[in-house]
Design a protein around this ligand. Structure first.
Ligand SMILES: *Cc1c(COP(=O)(O)O)cnc(C)c1O
Length: 721
C-alpha cells in the first residue's frame, strides 16, 4: 500500500489502481502551488471540481466511478498524471529536477533534525482551508510553502477553526452579513494525528478551574507538517469546545484562552511528538505564552527563572506585523491574573513580577511580552521597522528598540497564473522558478516579445470576467438576489477596458472609500466613452468592525447607482480563490492605506508578478519597490500630522495620476493594437518585483539574519542545571 494513514488509504481505495496515487496527492497541499496538479482533477470532471470548490478530497469521493474508470483509458490524461506524480515524488524525496534542495548545501551549524517551530493564529494555504482572515495568514502559509521548497526543516503550529473565518453576504442595502458554516474536518485535505495505538492523540492543559483537551490535525505542506489544534471534543465544556470555533473572537477572556491553548498547548504538542525545535518563531504576539511554558519546563528541572528565561530567549524570534492597536492584544491585569493564578508560582515568580513581564501601560500586552522573551525581533518592511521601533521605544529608555525588519514576500508558485508561468518557462528556461532570485535568470527576460506578454494578459482578464459572470449566474439562479445586485457583482465587466482591482480587508485604515471622495470626478473617469475604466472591489470587514462595515455599505451604494454604468463592482466573499482571480486578471492594483499603518501589504506583490501595475500609497513594501518606472505612487514619501489633510492630498494625487498618466498610457496602442509603453512598465514591474518580493528572498533572509544565528546560539549553549 502507498499510504498508512486510514483517511488516505480509504480515499486511495476508491480509485482505479492506475491512478491510485491521486489519493496521496490530494492529502499533500503540494497541489496548492502546482497548478498542473490541480488541472489533473479539473480534467477528470471540470464541473464537479468547481462544485467542491477545488477540494480534491471531496472531489475524489464524489467523482462518479465510471468517470474515474474512463480516465484510465485516456492516454493524454495518464501522461499528465505520470508526470505530476513523478514530480511530486521527486520533490518529496528531496531531489527535484535532479538537484537537492537549497538548504541541504547551506553552510550551517544546525542539524536538519531540528526544525524551526513556526507558531501562528492563522494560516492561509488555500480556499478549502479557510483558516485565515487576511494577509497575516496568507503570509504564514507562504512561509511554510517556501520552507518546503528550500528544504528548510520547519513545523507549523496553528488552529483548525470549526467555522473558519466567515462567509460574506452583502444585502441589497449594502450591509455585510457574516455567515458561519460548520466545516466538516473529515472532508478536508488533512489527517488526524494518532498515537502509537492508532487512537486520535489527545492532549490536555489547564485553564482557570478546568482542564481543556484538544486533538490535532496535520496538514502536510509539501515537506513541512502543519499541526492544527482542535478543541471541539465532547470531553470539553461547551465553552471550551468553542475555543477553536472562529478566528479573532472579540471576547477578551476567550481570546486569552485561545492564546494560552495555542502557546502552551503548542509546546506540549511538540513534546508529545518528540520534536525539539532549533528555533521558535512567534508570528505576531498571539503565541507568546509558548515562551512561558518553555520556562516552566526548565524551572521544573531546577533552573531559576532568570536562567530559564535566558535560555528560552536565546532561540526565540518574534515578528510584529502591525502598528494598528487592534493587532497588538492587550488584556486587563485582572483577567490575566485570573487565567494564570497558580501558573506564576511554577515559574518561580510572584504575581507582581509575572504581571510586569507583560506590562503595557498598566495592561498586559502580548507584544511587550514577546519583545521581552525574544532574542531577535523584526517588523515586515523598512518603514514598519522604523514605526515599530518608535512605537515600543518606551520599553527601552536607554537604547534603541531592538527591532529590525525583513520585508515580506509572496510564494511565487502559489500566486503566479499558470499561463504566465508557461510563458516564462519558455523564455527564462523551465527551471527558472528554482533560480528566481538569481539575477542571471532575468537577463533573458528582455527577449520576451510584447505580443506574447499581451496575449497572456488578455487571456487572464477574460478569465476574470468569466469567473465573475459565473458567480453572478450562480447567485441569480438561487432567486435570492435583487437584479441590481447581479449587475453589482460584475456581469457588465468588459475585458477590453482598463481594469483596476481593490481587494483587501475593510479595516478603516485601508481607506477603501478614498476613491469616492470626489464622485463626479470619478464618474467622469469611469464613463469616458473613448477611454472607460472599471473598478472591481472585494473584501470583508471583521464582523465586529462597525465602521468597516459602513465603508462597504457606502461603497456598495455607489456601485449600485446607475451612474456608474456597471463599471464599479463588488465581488462577495473575498477569499484566496477570489484573490487569485483578481491579482491575475486586473491591469492595475490600487492600494490607498493611511500611511504608515500598512506594515507591509502583500496583495500588490501578487498582482505585480502576474503583470499588473501597482498604484499605491508609499507605505509598507511599495515604498521600497517603487522606482518611478514600475508603477505609480500616490502621494509623497512623507508623514502628516493631520489625517484630513493627508486624505485630501492622497485623493487629489489619485485622480490626477489616473487621468493624466494611467488611462492615457493604457489606451495608447501601436498599429498592432498593443500598448507597448504600458508593457514596458509591466516588464519593469515584473523584473524588479518578482525576485525581490518573493518568499524566496524573504526566507533566505530569515535564515541568514535570524534562524541560523539563533540556532547556532542554541547549539553552543550547554545545559548547566
Ligand atoms: C494576499 C491576501 C491578503 C493580503 O492583502 P493586503 O492587501 O496585502 O493586505 C488578504 N486576503 C487574501 C485572501 C489574500 O490573498
Amino acid at each position: 500500500m502507498i499510504a498508512n494513514d486510514p483517511a488516505v488509504e480509504s480515499l486511495c481505495s476508491l480509485l482505479p489502481r492506475r491512478i491510485q496515487k491521486l489519493g496521496v496527492l490530494a492529502y499533500n497541499l503540494w497541489w496548492t502551488w502546482h497548478p498542473e496538479a490541480q488541472k489533473l482533477f479539473q480534467r477528470i470532471d471540470p464541473v464537479l471540481w468547481e462544485r467542491v470548490y477545488h477540494n480534491p478530497v471531496c472531489f475524489l469521493r464524489q467523482a462518479p466511478r465510471q468517470t474515474l474508470a474512463a480516465v484510465v483509458n485516456r492516454a493524454e490524461f495518464l501522461e499528465a498524471y505520470d508526470e505530476v506524480i513523478r514530480n511530486f515524488e521527486h520533490y518529496m524525496r528531496g531531489h527535484e529536477n535532479g538537484t537537492a534542495p537549497w538548504f541541504s548545501s547551506y553552510e550551517r551549524a544546525w542539524s536538519l533534525e531540528k526544525p524551526v517551530a513556526y507558531f501562528s493564529f492563522e494560516f492561509g494555504l488555500h480556499e478549502v482551508l479557510p483558516m485565515y482572515a487576511g494577509g497575516l495568514g496568507v503570509l504564514a502559509a507562504d512561509h511554510l510553502k517556501e520552507a518546503s521548497d528550500l528544504g528548510v526543516p520547519m513545523v507549523g503550529i496553528g488552529f483548525l477553526y470549526v467555522h473558519g473565518y466567515f462567509k460574506q453576504r452583502i444585502h441589497e442595502d449594502g450591509w455585510q452579513e457574516a455567515i458561519f458554516e460548520r466545516i466538516d474536518f473529515n472532508s478536508l485535505p488533512i489527517t488526524l494525528v494518532r498515537d502509537a495505538q492508532g487512537q486520535p492523540l489527545v492532549i490536555a492543559l489547564e485553564l482557570p478551574k478546568r482542564k481543556v483537551h484538544f486533538q490535532v490535525w496535520k496538514a502536510q505542506v509539501g515537506r513541512v507538517p502543519l499541526y492544527l489544534i482542535d478543541t471541539d471534543l465532547p470531553i470539553n465544556e461547551l465553552s471550551d469546545r468553542m475555543l477553536t470555533q472562529r478566528l479573532y473572537d472579540p471576547d477578551p477572556s476567550t481570546r486569552l484562552d485561545q492564546e494560552i491553548v495555542l502557546g502552551i498547548g503548542g509546546v506540549r504538542l511538540l513534546r508529545v511528538l518528540n520534536i525539539e525545535p532549533a528555533v521558535w518563531h512567534l508570528n505576531e504576539g498571539h503565541p507568546v505564552f509558548s515562551t512561558l511554558e518553555r520556562i516552566r519546563e526548565l524551572v521544573a528541572q531546577g533552573f531559576s527563572f532568570e536562567e530559564a528565561r535566558a535560555r528560552v530567549r536565546r532561540n526565540t524570534l518574534f515578528t510584529t506585523h502591525t502598528p494598528v492597536a487592534a493587532g497588538n492584544d492587550r488584556f486587563p491585569r485582572w483577567l490575566v491574573e485570573q487565567h494564570f493564578s497558580g501558573y506564576w508560582e511554577q515559574l518561580g515568580l510572584t504575581r507582581e513580577d509575572f504581571l510586569a513581564l507583560g506590562d503595557d501601560h498598566g495592561d498586559f500586552g502580548v507584544t511587550p511580552l514577546s519583545l521581552r522573551m525574544s532574542a531577535k525581533a523584526n517588523g515586515v518592511s523598512e518603514l514598519h521597522g522604523h514605526v515599530a521601533r518608535a512605537m515600543w521605544q518606551w520599553m527601552y529608555p536607554d537604547r534603541e528598540t531592538p527591532i529590525t525588519h525583513i520585508t515580506n514576500g509572496v510564494h511565487v508558485r502559489t500566486w503566479l497564473a499558470r499561463r504566465m508561468k508557461v510563458l516564462l518557462d519558455e523564455y527564462l528556461g523551465v527551471n527558472w522558478l528554482n533560480r528566481l532570485d538569481d539575477p542571471i535568470t532575468w537577463q533573458l527576460f528582455d527577449e520576451l516579445p510584447d505580443d506574447a506578454l499581451w496575449n497572456v494578459r488578455k487571456h487572464l482578464k477574460r478569465k476574470l470576467a468569466s469567473f465573475m459572470r459565473e458567480r453572478a449566474r450562480t447567485k441569480w439562479i438561487t432567486h435570492s438576489r435583487h437584479p441590481v445586485q447581479i449587475i453589482a457583482s460584475g456581469v457588465m465587466i468588459d475585458p477590453n477596458v482598463l481594469t483596476i482591482g481593490f481587494a483587501r480587508r475593510f479595516a478603516t485604515y485601508k481607506r477603501a472609500t478614498l476613491i469616492l471622495s470626489d464622485l463626479p470626478r470619478l464618474l467622469r473617469i469611469l464613463n469616458n466613452p473613448a477611454r472607460p475604466v472599471q473598478i472591481i472591489f472585494a473584501g470583508k470587514a471583521h464582523p465586529n468592525d462597525e465602521p468597516g462595515k459602513r465603508f462597504i455599505q457606502e461603497l456598495y451604494r455607489v456601485i449600485k447607482d446607475a451612474d456608474t454604468a456597471g463599471r464599479m463592482v463588488f465581488i462577495e466573499d473575498y477569499d484566496m480563490n477570489v484573490a487569485r482571480h483578481l491579482v491575475q486578471g486586473v491591469d492595475v492594483w490600487l492600494n490607498t492605506p493611511r500611511r504608515p499603518y500598512e506594515a507591509s501589504g502583500t496583495s500588490g506583490m501578487k498582482a505585480a508578478i502576474n503583470g499588473a501595475l501597482n498604484f499605491s500609497v508609499l507605505d509598507g513594501w511599495w515604498r521600497e519597490a517603487w522606482n518611478g518606472r514600475n508603477g505609480w505612487a500616490i502621494g509623497e514619501d512623507r508623514d502628516y500630522d493631520d489625517p484630513e489633510q493627508q486624505d485630501r492630498a492622497d485623493a487629489e494625487a489619485l485622480y490626477t495620476i489616473l487621468e493624466e498618466e494611467i488611462v492615457p498610457l493604457y489606451y495608447t496602442t501601436g498599429s498592432d493594437d498593443i500598448p507597448h509603453e504600458w508593457l514596458k512598465r509591466v516588464r519593469e514591474s515584473m523584473r524588479t518585483i518578482l525576485p525581490q518580493f518573493s518568499t524566496r528572498r524573504m526566507l533566505k533572509q530569515y535564515i541568514a539574519e535570524m534562524y541560523a544565528p539563533l540556532a547556532e546560539a542554541e547549539t553552543l549553549s550547554m545545559p548547566t542545571a
